[in-house]
Design a protein around this ligand. Structure first.
Ligand SMILES: Nc1ncnc2c1ncn2[C@@H]1O[C@H](COP(=O)(O)OP(=O)(O)OP(=O)(O)O)[C@@H](O)[C@H]1O
Ligand SMILES: [Mg+2]
Length: 468
């Protein structure tokens, strides 16, 4: 095998006996210098210190080697005939973005060397060079290279994990939602994501951002429910020093941070009326004003809002500004509850099984027929999140090759409905309270009147009569 072959595993192997172990074991360094003697001396020094060394006697050959090998660091002479060190640096960064460059300079060329750093070189070494300085600079450059490469790798893996293919759903309703998402993602139109808790609003928000041409900038998420009013405003709009007790310095708000990108306002139904007014102003005028500041700052953000509350109802009750509602609800994307997504439960179940198999180092092959039936029959009031939790628990608990119904939560197997609490203000008439309870129960049984009647302990026909 050619010793220049890419992707050899030698970086992780032990260094040669008798050599000092470098910080970056068996990193590959390409030395480019037209002075043969110097090239040889440098290579010898680096090899003695455990590095894997390639050499080229001119810039063009250097580029060829960069293209053909995984090179972690290039040590290049500044002045060479035809292609000089700076040109090699510029071209090399394009060919191999993960490679670091250190430039070797002759006497009196410091200014050019500084220019090299401006062009992205890590550092420069002056001729005649000392062994210590050279090894020091090389070690540091390789350390930086390793960190950058590691981070890039992590980011790539995260992107793969969160890639659009991880939005699971073949049901008609889900395909419709995905179609709309695909259509509106590239525009700057404000999108309001609605749907019950756990239906995937946050997943869709990220996807809308990723599919837009703003995806190079950040998507900033703010949960309007998590913070009390003053903190939420400080968070959203930022503040100037002394704007309120505790505002010791000035701070950028999330809107400023999202400039050029996307602002995800989660649980938007929870905003107080003052915050609503300020938000409306940003949406209307495209300017933010820091708390305690008087200079309006232009921001270019795309807004995605989400809520599991019924905003129309909140508007009717006077709790949410109508004008703001219309501003946010330019395009409404309603995410269907899991119980109406026929077939998706099994699909998602298998997706989560795979995910938690990997995470827990298990090899569970699938679900038994009875488990599949229980999963499909259950109404999943907590939607995808509830399903995900149920599968995680089953994977962790299961010692068998397949997940059987006993590994699933009792409520799933019994077909029992999980109740959300019903809150009724004092002053509600008994008749209205009864009606509200019936409606809530019906909702939790997905409209199944027989089951609802059984839960309520009344005859099914009583329900029919009451809802007439
Ligand atoms: N279509 C999907 N494919 C894969 N995973 C999904 C899908 N939809 C939701 N999930 C997962 O389900 C969980 C809940 O989703 P998400 O947080 O987006 O719900 P939500 O609608 O924002 O809920 P809430 O209103 O409670 O905030 C997350 O772990 C998410 O990764
Ligand atoms: Mg959410």
């Amino acid at each position: 095998m050619n010793e220049n072959n890419r992707n050899d595993n030698s970086r992780t192997s032990a260094s040669e006996p008798g050599t000092k172990s470098p910080q970056n074991p068996k990193a590959t360094i390409l030395v480019v210098d037209d002075e043969v003697e110097l090239c040889r001396a440098l290579s010898k020094l680096l090899r003695r210190n455990g590095y894997h060394v390639l050499t080229a006697s001119n810039g063009e050959d250097g580029l060829v080697m960069l293209r053909q090998n995984e090179v972690h660091l290039v040590l290049s002479d500044l002045q060479m005939p035809r292609m000089g060190g700076i040109d090699l640096l510029k071209a090399g960064q394009v060919i191999s973005p993960a490679t670091e460059f250190v430039i070797i300079t002759g006497h009196g060329t410091i200014e050019t060397a500084v220019g090299a750093i401006k062009n992205g070189a890590y550092d420069f070494i002056e001729k005649p060079f000392s062994t210590t300085t050279t090894l020091n600079v090389v070690g540091k450059a390789l350390e930086k290279q390793r960190l950058l490469a590691e981070n890039q790798e992590l980011r790539k893996r995260l992107e793969e994990i969160q890639g659009m293919d991880n939005i699971i759903g073949n049901s008609r309703l889900m395909q419709q939602a995905l179609d709309i998402a695909r259509q509106v993602a590239p525009s700057t139109a404000t999108v309001l994501l609605t749907g019950e808790s756990g239906t995937g609003k946050e997943v869709f928000a990220s996807m809308l951002h990723r599919w837009s041409d703003r995806s190079r900038q950040a998507m900033i998420r703010v949960s309007c429910a998590a913070l009390p009013e003053t903190l939420l405003e400080a968070e959203l709009f930022g503040y100037e020093q002394g704007a309120f007790t505790g505002a010791v310095g000035q701070r950028k708000g999330r809107f400023e941070m999202a400039d050029g990108g996307t602002m995800f306002l989660d649980e938007v139904g929870e905003m107080t009326s003052t915050t609503q007014v300020k938000l409306l102003r940003i949406l209307q005028e495209g300017v933010v004003q820091r708390l305690g500041g008087n200079i309006p700052l232009d921001v270019d953000v795309r807004i995605i809002a989400a809520t599991n509350a019924n905003l129309e109802q909140l508007v009717a009750d006077g709790k949410f500004r109508e004008d703001l509602y219309y501003r946010l609800n330019v395009i409404n994307l309603e995410l269907p509850p899991l119980r109406s997504r026929e077939g998706d439960v099994v699909l998602l179940g298998n997706f989560f099984l795979q995910k938690f198999n990997e995470r827990n180092n298990k090899h569970i092959g699938g679900f038994t027929a009875s488990a599949t039936e229980a999963l499909s029959r259950y109404s999943w009031p907590g939607n995808v999140r509830e399903l995900e939790n149920a599968i995680e628990r089953a994977v962790v608990m299961s010692r068998d090759d397949f997940i059987d119904s006993p590994a699933l939560p009792r409520s799933v197997v019994d077909g029992r409905q999980r109740f959300d609490a019903l809150s009724l203000p004092v002053g509600t008439t008994l008749k209205d309270a009864e009606m509200a309870l019936i409606e809530a129960t019906l909702e939790s049984t997905n409209g199944d009147k027989e089951t609802a009647a059984r839960i309520l302990g009344i005859a099914a026909r009583t329900i029919y009569r009451k809802i007439q």
